[in-house]
Design a protein around this ligand. Structure first.
Ligand code: NAP
Length: 296
């Protein structure tokens, strides 16, 4: 069994036991902690299937999706950079995924595939579990709101009717369409968008900062917000889970701000995906322990 499979493997899918019937598609993908989490859940529930990492490049995504029914897949997750592109490649979209405009969970339905999104609901559960707060009560700043996770979380904040949403992205043009969609059902005077170099002006009106950029995944990267701009009353949720304390969380630690990394969001979005695939409750404690063991 390989740590990472490729499109070539999917074309000629290995006959392994337990059978490979679930996967995560991404580029890069070697860091993904989804396989240990889902494989622990499958074993706990006595399901004869295994979950693998698949390194799929952008230009390979359409073919990879089309192969899933032929390879008897149950479903897949999509991560960087496929969450937007996946939307147009689905035969059917769940209403929530269509409204959010991002797919992170795919279900094989006969010879068709259907797209769902569990990132937003996963984040709601994670913020409650880690920070003891309800997203709907918080003024939220989203760093990297133009990416797949950022967009899903921005839409979730609007569904939750958060009192304020501030969207920050390196490439500001990417935020225009998102802001217009949010304004269709969320008060325009409660939304702001800006670049990183202008975020200081917004921080006094923010309770929760959510990092949805990939800044902090690579060793040596700087915090997207320097410590001197943070204060002890800020809550921080960093969706990155490859480090226990990311550069943003360390900046928060320096001023006494409470924060958590993305492990609980990974756990809850994974549990919700498991429930969509198998129509049964996910063994959340087993999944949490597997994640902790895999990322320790
Ligand atoms: P994505 O769609 O590729 O988006 C990447 C985002 O990061 C974009 O907003 C991009 O800005 C920004 N970015 C990248 N490099 C940057 C830099 N050097 N400076 C400033 N901004 C930068 O990826 P994604 O799927 O949303 O994932 C983003 C992050 O969320 C990853 O770290 C991933 O691990 C994490 N995530 C975690 C979970 C979880 O369950 N914990 C779930 C989903 C995602 P531009 O628009 O300007 O390119």
């Amino acid at each position: 069994m390989k740590e990472v499979y490729s499109l070539a493997d999917l074309r000629d899918w290995p006959n392994e036991a337990p059978p490979l019937r679930l996967a995560v598609f991404g580029d890069p993908i070697a860091h993904s902690a989804s396989p240990p989490m889902h494989n622990a859940a499958l074993a706990e529930c006595g399901i004869d299937a295994r979950y693998a990492r698949l390194h799929i490049r952008a230009e390979e995504l359409a073919e990879a999706f089309r192969l899933l029914p032929r390879r008897d897949f149950i479903g897949v997750n999509c991560t960087i950079p496929h969450k937007f592109a996946a939307l147009a490649l689905m035969d059917r979209l769940d209403d929530h995924a269509r409204r959010i405009g991002v797919v992170n969970t795919v279900v094989v339905e006969g010879d068709k595939i259907a797209g769902y999104n569990t990132d937003g609901p996963g984040l709601v559960r994670a913020v409650r579990a880690e920070l003891g707060a309800d997203l709907r009560d918080l003024r939220v700043m989203i760093l990297g709101a133009g990416g797949g996770a950022g967009r899903a979380i921005a839409m979730q904040c609007a569904f939750e009717k958060c009192p304020r949403i501030v969207l920050i992205n390196r490439t500001l043009e990417k935020l225009g369409p998102l802001v217009r969609e949010l304004e269709a059902f969320f008060p325009a005077d409660c939304i702001a968008m800006d670049e990183f170099n202008a975020l200081e002006a917004h921080l006094s009106q923010i309770d929760l900062i959510i990092n949805c950029t990939s800044l902090g995944m690579k060793p040596g990267e700087a915090s997207p917000i320097p410590a001197e701009l943070l204060s002890a009353r800020h809550l921080i949720y960093d969706t990155i889970y490859t480090a226990a304390r990311t550069p943003l969380l360390l900046a928060g630690d320096a001023v006494g701000a409470r924060g958590a990394n993305g492990l609980t969001m990974l756990l809850h979005q994974g549990a919700l995906a498991f429930e969509i695939w198998f129509q049964r409750a996910a063994p959340i404690d087993v999944m949490r322990q597997a994640l902790l063991d895999a990322t320790r």
